[in-house]
Design a protein around this ligand. Structure first.
Ligand SMILES: Nc1nc2c(c(=O)[nH]1)N[C@H]1C(S)=C(S)[C@@H](COP(=O)(O)OP(=O)(O)OC[C@H]3O[C@@H](n4cnc5c(N)ncnc54)[C@H](O)[C@@H]3O)O[C@H]1N2
Ligand code: MOO
Length: 410
């Protein structure tokens, strides 16, 4: 773990991202059922447990035939074959009924499709006159064992993000469980007695910007949402919300990360730091030289759980979540940190010597423009943005490169 910053100067935006990425180790991997594994990252390779397919099977409905000793120089045999019971070994000149996927009996040299032969009253199978010439070539319409993979072949390497087709492959290869990277469990604590959850807010009240969408963003960042708690502004409520769960639920159900909203300021109703201190935790980062979102806090409790304090202002909160939450969840899930891409700014962005500005932006003809309505408490600009610019303290001139990061939903 990184030591708490002792200097009074807040870390830069880039330093804060790095710190949030480097303070955590990947969570251990876990065995899950195939159904649960879709969307997870595989940590141990999936190999073929046996040849795939593991037996020679028929690719067609029809008859298995044994043409040994009765073929032309080109391997073609026109029959007749004497019908025998299905499932028994075939002697030369014998045939038996077989369905698609059926186990090819020993002695069979090919499968004759149903539409290419006919069985006469005396029990002999003959080739129809319009059958294709190579219909009875050795191996015809037989899917050999091991055609797709040999036992032991690596079918899905570790590190693969599992899609539905990977899961189908693991299933046909005989696996019941696979080993995946455990996703960080993330709890949300929404604070503020002025926050209401329905209807039009009265003066002094605000509608909750976070509750309806934060779990989705957490999922998009690779976390597993594990519940939301709403509290007011009292210290006791903060203390109970951040630490009270300890001992009251099994360890496996505790969140790896708790995200709080509001209460990061320094007023009498802001209790983030006091509650963390009372729980024996430490601040890994207290404030970032960026706007919006400068009061964001990152803390760690003695048992290793992390707490991210997002400011209450809605845009500030999302930018702080991107700056601290995205790297922390990436580190816990053993994923690389998202890198900014350089794009050409379509506008002059003023300098602000003390901080990086995070500005929701739109891309038009490969040029990136700041969105409008991007005050710390506003959501309108972000709602239509393609990403956000990290404008360095020295500003950016139109036509110059500016770092741009994606939003989790773009
Ligand atoms: N004296 C100073 N005051 C403030 C400073 C400062 O440096 N000195 N920084 C300002 C900045 S910047 C921010 S950001 C905020 C941080 O405030 P808190 O994290 O303590 O958050 P609150 O005070 O609880 O709320 C701020 C604001 O956000 C609204 N809010 C809270 N929760 C929600 C929600 N779920 N949905 C929508 N809006 C929410 C809350 O009503 C407030 O309007 O501090 C500034 N002040
Ligand atoms: O961090 Mo504050 O967002 O600038 O409102």
């Amino acid at each position: 773990m990184l030591a708490q910053a002792t200097c009074t100067q807040a870390p830069t935006w880039a330093q804060a991202r790095q710190l949030a990425y480097q303070c955590a180790r990947p969570l251990p991997s876990t065995a899950v059922t195939l159904r649960e594994a879709i969307g997870g990252t595989l940590t141990s390779p999936v190999t073929a447990r046996q040849d795939l397919p593991h037996y020679a099977s028929s690719a067609m409905d029809g008859w298995a035939v044994n043409s040994t000793g009765n073929s032309t120089a080109h391997g073609i045999c026109t029959g007749p074959w004497l019908m025998t019971a299905s499932g028994l070994p075939l002697a030369p000149g014998q045939a038996s009924v077989i369905a698609t996927g059926g186990l090819v009996p020993s002695g069979a040299t090919a499968i004759l499709r149903k539409e290419s032969g006919c069985v006469s009253a005396d029990g002999s199978l003959t080739l129809k006159h319009d059958a294709k010439p190579h219909e009875t070539m050795p191996g015809r319409h037989i899917r050999p064992a091991g055609e797709e993979a040999a036992a032991g072949d690596v079918l899905i390497p570790a590190g693969t993000l599992l899609n539905p087709a990977h899961i189908a492959l693991a299933s046909v290869a005989g696996h019941d469980h696979v080993q995946i990277q455990r996703k960080p469990r993330v709890a949300v604590v929404l604070t503020g007695s002025e926050v209401v959850t329905s209807g039009e807010p009265a003066p002094g009240q605000v509608r909750d910007a976070f509750g309806p969408q934060l779990d989705t963003v957490i999922s998009q960042l690779g976390g597993e949402p594990c519940g939301q708690l709403r509290i007011g502004d009292s210290y006791d409520q903060w203390l109970a919300a951040l630490g009270g769960v300890e001992g009251s639920v099994p360890d496996a159900d505790l969140p790896d990360v708790t995200v709080t909203t509001g209460g990061t300021g320094k007023s009498g109703t802001d209790h983030f730091r006091d509650a963390v201190a009372a729980l024996g935790g430490r601040l890994l980062l207290d404030g970032i030289a960026m706007r919006p979102g400068h009061p964001a806090v990152l803390a760690e409790l003695p048992d290793g759980r992390f707490i991210i304090g997002l400011p209450g202002n809605p845009l500030a909160a999302i930018m702080a979540l991107m700056t601290l939450g995205e790297p922390l969840l990436a580190a816990l899930a053993d994923r690389p940190l998202t890198e900014a891409s350089l794009m050409t700014s379509g506008a002059d962005m003023e300098p602000d010597p003390r901080r990086t500005r995070l500005v929701p932006c739109t891309v038009i003809h490969d040029l990136v423009f700041p969105a409008s309505h991007t005050g710390p408490g506003m959501m309108r600009g972000l709602a239509w943005a393609n990403g956000y610019m990290a404008v360095p303290p020295e500003g950016v001139a139109a036509g110059s490169p500016v770092p741009v990061l994606p939003l989790p939903w773009t």
